[in-house]
Design a protein around this ligand. Structure first.
Ligand SMILES: Cc1ncc(COP(=O)(O)O)c(C=O)c1O
Length: 405
């Protein structure tokens, strides 16, 4: 892909002294068309969708409908009504976990390397008698399909839900969702996929994955903060109790009763984030001009340079498989004898390199290994250049040399 041309679209990367931005697993930067779309909404069309019938209201209603269709297309969903706007992936997952009707003894299965957003909402359901089971990954953090199949079989008829991260934010490792889904369905479970780190980076086709529900966030895929999405099969979404009911969700209401609208409205309570939806459309328009496989390949190219440039250092361990191609754009580094936060600050001070340090909300993985401080995570997006990857390597080497000499 034309990385230089792509990069030009991002104002924060075209300043006199732009940093080397490698915190993309947290959030990506926004291209100029997204920034303009948000501004245009407030400047030219600041109105409310689905309610007001004046020109501004009708225009934003059409934008919402179009954007829903584009979101569906981005993940290979054929029915746009099955896409719900949410504030973020966390809200999407909470809507599923708290919106289901549980029976005491129901089992939910996840993996041992889930983001807290795909852990805590299920743990909260323990109050309803739900039992959460986590499947241990293999030593190199790849998914253990056999252990997963055993867990499904052991849960027997109690298995209600399987909820797995598609691509881990800890290490970039992908779970073979299509295989896992098949196993889970054979055992009668509904399958939810946390796609927060996959939808931004690799082609997604929910029909090929076979899953029933898919959550993701726009701020990790060139879009604004405060916009996420939940896709799900109509028969499942229609059974969920809204966790945020009220304006926009009801067909009728009296002082005593209400009847909910059909999807998507029933799960989109209150006025929406319309500026964010305008920005979302712009982000999807830009992404649709690229082949997601090219974006992924560029990120692996960057990760290879980063991984190969640091792995020889003493006291350094990269989390996950050796091969960078199995970790997408993520290089997550355990530091044996050094303070991770300190190294994160020095990366900025010494080389203008922005990385993330800490637990990355995957507390359970670090807790199981007795690692309190977490890791240093560099995460690439397709606008990162090979030169930036080399700056990361040089800066990291310089800091480690300086701190360990
Ligand atoms: C794998 C994964 N799941 C869920 C989330 C939560 O996303 P959000 O903050 O958009 O709710 C994140 C955010 O980093 C993530 O990486």
């Amino acid at each position: 892909m034309d990385v230089a041309g792509f990069r030009e679209l991002f104002p924060p990367l075209n300043e006199d002294k732009s940093p080397v931005y490698l915190d993309n697993a947290c959030m990506t930067l926004r291209p100029i068309n997204v920034i303009n779309a948000i501004q245009d909404y407030y400047a030219s069309n600041p109105s409310c969708a689905g309610r007001s019938v004046h020109r501004w209201g009708m225009a934003i209603s059409q934008t919402v409908t179009r954007t829903r269709r584009k979101l569906a297309a981005h993940i290979g969903a054929s029915n746009a009504r099955e896409v719900i706007f949410t504030p973020n992936a966390t809200h999407s997952i909470n809507q599923v976990a708290a919106g289901m009707t549980w029976k005491s003894g129901d089992v939910v299965i996840t993996s041992d390397r889930e983001h807290n957003s795909n852990l805590v909402p299920w743990l909260q359901q323990s109050a309803s008698g739900v039992k959460l089971q986590t499947v241990k990954s293999q030593p190199d953090n790849q998914f253990d399909l056999e252990a997963f199949e055993d867990a499904c079989a052991n849960a027997g008829k109690s298995l209600r839900m399987v909820s797995l991260v598609h691509v881990g934010n800890l290490d970039g490792v992908e779970i073979p969702i299509a295989e896992a889904t098949k196993i889970a369905h054979d055992h009668g479970a509904i399958v939810h996929v946390d796609g927060a780190q996959s939808a931004p980076h690799i082609p997604i086709d929910v029909e090929t994955l076979g899953c029933d529900l898919f959550s993701f966030s726009l701020h990790k895929m060139l879009g604004p903060t405060g916009v996420g999405a939940l896709w799900g099969r109509e028969e499942i979404l229609s059974q969920l109790e809204p966790i945020c009911a009220g304006g926009g969700t009801v067909e009728a209401a009296t002082a005593e009763h209400y009847t909910l609208r059909s999807i998507p409205d029933r799960l989109e309570g209150g006025l929406g984030h319309y500026a964010g939806i305008c920005g979302t459309e712009a982000a999807l328009d830009l992404l649709s001009q690229y082949d997601m496989r090219d974006l992924a390949a560029q990120e692996v190219r960057i990760n290879r340079i980063m991984s190969e440039g640091i792995r020889h250092l003493p006291g350094i361990e990269i989390i996950g498989p050796q091969d960078a191609a199995l970790r997408g754009g993520i290089c997550s580094i355990l530091l044996e004898n050094l303070d991770v936060q300190n190294v994160g600050i020095l990366m900025d001070e010494v080389g203008d390199v922005f990385v993330r340090s800490g637990l990355h909300c995957v507390n359970q993985w670090f807790d199981a290994r007795g690692i309190e401080q977490g890791s240093l995570r560099a995460s690439a997006y397709a606008y990162n250049t090979e030169e930036e990857a080399r700056t990361f390597v040089d800066t990291f080497n310089e800091i480690i040399d300086g701190l360990t000499e």
